[in-house]
Each structure stands twice: as C-alpha cells, then as structure tokens.
Design a protein around this ligand. Sequence first.
Ligand SMILES: [Zn+2]
Length: 168
Amino acid sequence: MMHRVLVLNATYEPLSIVSVQRAIILLLKEKAELIEAAGERLHASHTSLPVPLVIRLVYYVRLPHPIFLAPTRKSVALRDNFTCQYCGAAPGRPLLTMDHILPRSRGGQTTRENVVIACRTCNMRKGNRTPDEAGMVLRKRAGRPHYLAFLLLSETAVRDVWSKYVYS
Ligand SMILES: [Zn+2]
C-alpha cells in the first residue's frame, strides 16, 4: 500500500505531505520522530519499521510563504463536519451551501475566516445580513486551515488519523 505521510513541524503544526519513502529517510536520519503509524510494518533487509502516517520534524521549519488554500464548499464542509454552522442540521452534502459570514455583496471575502457551511434554510434566512443582524448564532468561529494538509485529505483512510492534527 502506498499512502502519504503528514509531516508536522516541531510545533505540531501540519507542514507538508510526503511519500512513505521520504518519511522513512527523515526518520532514519533522526530528522523526524514517528507520531502515528499504521498497523502494518515495512520490512527492510535487517529490520522492520512501522509504516508512518504522521511524523514530526525535530527542528522547527520556518515557512517563508505559508500556503493557504482557497476554501471550497468541499473543504469547508469537511472542516465543519458537514454540519450547518447555524442550526446544527446535517442534511447531507448536496444540501449544504457555503455561507459568507459577512456577505459578499457587502465586501465579505472568500477566506476561511469568512465562510462556513450552512443548510439551505439558514442560508436563505440569513440572506444579505450578518449573523448579528439576522439574529443567528454561529456554532463556532470559522478558522483558517493549516497549510497544505487540506490538499490531500480525500485519502480517506489516512484522513481519520490526520484529522486531529489538521483540524486542531
Ligand atoms: Zn441550518
């Protein structure tokens, strides 16, 4: 099985995604430590290693240009656990919409901080108003995701293990 490995910075922030091979090199060179492993092991000539899922760099890496991904309905739905952030309904993916907390018509940007998943009813009810104006309460603050980690989250088998780092 070839999956990918989530690399955490020394601070435990998600940093990047690498191949298993690359992760093992980092582990063997003691540039990273193993945080989460799969059940199976990799067998080399004289040793066997657990298959890494999440590793953490020993040294802090400063990112010159942190990469933030533009939010999509799918990525926001994942972050918000497919749950309307106003009423808590979970009507299923096709019935969820991406709501701009500050409406676009009033200068709201499509950024992580300004979008949440909402059911159609709540989105319609809110209309071109802020939550305050509409008398609606957000269940939690919208947040920016960490770096690249969202990019490959469709690898569902790995996602559960990664999620506690990515959505922390
Ligand atoms: Zn709703």
